[in-house]
Design a protein around this ligand. Structure first.
Ligand SMILES: *Cc1c(COP(=O)(O)O)cnc(C)c1O
Length: 354
């Protein structure tokens, strides 16, 4: 008789905690920091027209040239510095695999975007954690010291930070980049909502890679488009390690159309920011009326963080009312929604505190 073998997961990922996106039937989705605006009909029609010309039997352009040009043009940088990815998620994985080896150290601050740890662990890279202060900020001197003393190969963090919504000034990030030999991976997923980007200066550094995404301010989460921006030398490495056809043609075409819609994108950004402000103000007045059982943190991105020991019960209450937010220990992360969505949320919270 043939003995049946049990197929098992390899050792390195046995303890991996999977990313668990919020699923289910919530009609108000404020859990993933997406833009609250779908593309308008008129832009969708332009995309549809472009898609008519796609040759579906052919592989995509491996360099996503038109897309990178449109992205670079929108941000006023050189397309030679840009690599497109299947979401910035893919680029995080590519960068870790391209620049670090098994056992190398990467410095991660906590809390931060969970994918940094996820891809590091899959690649058997050692995560060195730095806990943020109680005000959830990064102490740059401390970060530099840890990168040096641990002899880390890389440091990765989001600025503005998901989930804290706090931001580091560009000059502090420059101090970090200049003080370490390690590769600095600066995830600017939310920088469209703030003004401390290093995109303009990326070429001046030999150890900086900036990540950008089309999933947040640009409102294209469905397409899975991310970008790595770095000097030509680093860009050559990233391009040579990525899988050749990583960004499908339909996403390339749609992304190209949308990044050429400057006015539309700028308008969305402004509207989302004022929606965030309104949401924050409503939460502040709700907090005042309820003995500060919730503490709203405004931050510099498109979401508000709520600190509250009631996080779990509020989360469940909202879920039961068809509203999804992100729960993290004693915090709730709430993305800015449309006026209507914000109102439904605030009304539900009023109901909760009644
Ligand atoms: C949402 C988010 C991303 C975006 O990832 P994509 O794969 O491009 O959708 C990257 N970094 C951070 C910190 C994020 O919050």
């Amino acid at each position: 008789m043939i003995k049946m073998k049990t197929f098992e997961l390899n050792e390195k990922i046995r303890n991996l905690s999977p990313y668990e996106p919020v699923t289910g039937e919530c009609s108000i989705r404020l859990d993933a920091n997406e833009s609250c605006f779908d593309l308008p009909e008129e832009i969708k029609m332009k995309i549809a027209a472009e898609i008519q010309n796609v040759q579906f039997n052919r592989y995509p352009d491996p360099n996503a040239k038109d897309l990178c040009n449109a992205f670079a043009n929108y941000y006023n940088i050189s397309p030679e510095l840009v690599t497109a990815g299947n979401g910035s998620d893919e680029l995080i994985s590519i960068i870790i695999n391209a620049f670090l080896m098994k056992g190398d150290k990467i410095v991660i601050t906590q809390p931060d975007f969970s994918m940094y740890r996820f891809y590091s662990e899959i690649s058997e890279v050692v995560c060195v954690n730095i806990n943020k202060s109680s005000e959830l900020s990064i102490k740059i001197d401390n970060l530099i010291e840890v990168v040096k003393s641990e002899d880390a190969r890389a440091v990765i963090f989001s600025n503005p930070c998901n989930p804290t919504s706090r931001g580091l000034k560009a000059e502090d990030v420059v101090t970090l980049i200049n003080s370490v030999d390690a590769l600095v991976v600066l995830d600017e997923a939310y920088m469209d909502f703030w003004d401390e980007s290093l995109l303009d200066t990326v070429e001046e550094f030999d150890n900086l890679i900036i990540l950008r995404t089309a999933s947040k301010a640009a409102g294209m989460a469905a397409l899975r488009l991310g970008f790595a921006i770095a000097n030509p030398k680093l860009t050559r490495v990233i391009r040579s390690v990525k899988s050749p056809y990583n960004v499908n043609t339909l996403s390339q075409v749609a992304g190209t159309v949308v990044f050429n819609e400057r006015e539309y994108l700028e308008k969305c950004k402004r509207t989302i920011l004022s929606s965030k402000k309104a949401l924050y103000n409503d939460l502040v007045s709700l907090a005042r009326k309820n003995k500060n059982k919730i503490i709203p943190i405004e931050g510099v991105s498109n979401f508000v963080l709520l600190k509250t020991s009631l996080a779990k019960v509020i989360y469940a209450f909202l879920q039961n009312n068809g509203i999804s937010v992100k729960l993290m220990d004693d915090y709730l992360r709430i993305s800015a929604g449309t006026q209507h969505e914000n109102k439904v949320l605030i009304n539900a919270l009023k109901e909760f505190f009644k």
